[in-house]
Design a protein around this ligand. Sequence first.
Ligand code: SF4
Length: 425
Amino acid sequence: MKKNTYKIYTLGCKINQYDSGSLADGFNAAGFKALAGNADLAIINTCTVTKTAHAKSRQMLKKAKKENPGAKIALVGCWPKVYKKSAADLRADYVYGAGQYDEFIKKITVDFRLEKTNASRAPRPALRGKSRYFIKVQDGCEQFCSYCVIPYARGKLRSRPKEEIIDEIVRATEAGYKEVVLSGIHLGLYGKEATRDTRRGARDGNLAELVKEILRIKGLGRVRLSSIEISEVTDDLIDLFARPRKEGIPYVCKHLHIPLQSGSDKILALMNRPYDTAYFRAKIEKLRKIMPDVAITTDVITGFPGESEEDFRTTYDFIKEVNFSRLHIFPFSAHERAPASRYPGQIGEKIKKERADKLRRLGYKLFREYKNKFAGRELEVVVGNLKNGRRLGKSEYYFDIELDPDLIRADNGDGLTGGIITVNF
Ligand code: SF4
């Protein structure tokens, strides 16, 4: 007799994690039950952003087969969407790409003879076990950077209706979350497709208008943007970041994650990035003039095809000049579907790694210096989970602060998690 249990294995970004949460909601609503081991259905929500992610998805598939003997195997997410054939070759029972989850749930409902459901519209409960609430507000990307396959995996721009987002954040706030993180594949273009669809009209507005609305939610502490392109940091958004603080009114965290990818204009053009370093520099100067303490974190790719020693040096110097507060470094590793994988001037793995290591060392230094600037100040932190007797708090500026053990002793349970407290740093 079927027990109708499932287990989801998730790889990749926060959006994938969010999608796994939505899938779980759908399965729960359909009468399935989550199980930690040996389930009837093992779902691997894959990632395809780099070759390494691809390899990890394969490993996860093997692991899922081993841990759930006899289970039906579903391969979902970005990988099968981009590489349909190779996924089918792996002999999974179900293969559904990102964005095909309604279809997937319907198919499972029929195959496992579950109740009919409108599972995809099931109310989304607050995510458990996290101190901050990540919400997907947008999906899809049409930028087609030459190293990236995400537009093939995620398709055209799609924004969630504003009312639906507000409703979900209200429920997360009621569940005790004080910080919400707005996430999207191309977050800065929230609402963009509506402005070019005359039938729909600009119903949901742009990102700044969405944030403005979210800041009206009673009981919410603060909002953070997960990542945004430099060209999408508008004056309206900057005004919201810089709003004077008022007791009891939510605020926007003074933290922007703005992917740079390279500090060489030659490489940026080859990457098909929509800016050059002069534009980037000018926008950062503007931000710092208004918010001198703002945290600006970034992503950088090392060893992009054609990146000479001089291009790398230019990137290194530009990163130092911009004085980012934190760096995420990725050695170039594009798939065959990304045009850059076929560009001339491919760089050897050793050089890519050496350059990545150099930038990582620079990143540690910049991070320490940035954090030290806050010594002696009072900061509001979101209290993290208790882990091995330690508890960290996430500051508005994105760095973590180890919390006083007395505070931990005062709370034997996990009642503090997700709340906002003020600490002396
Ligand atoms: S903006 Fe560029 S890097 Fe980001 S998801 Fe779109 S194509 Fe990929």
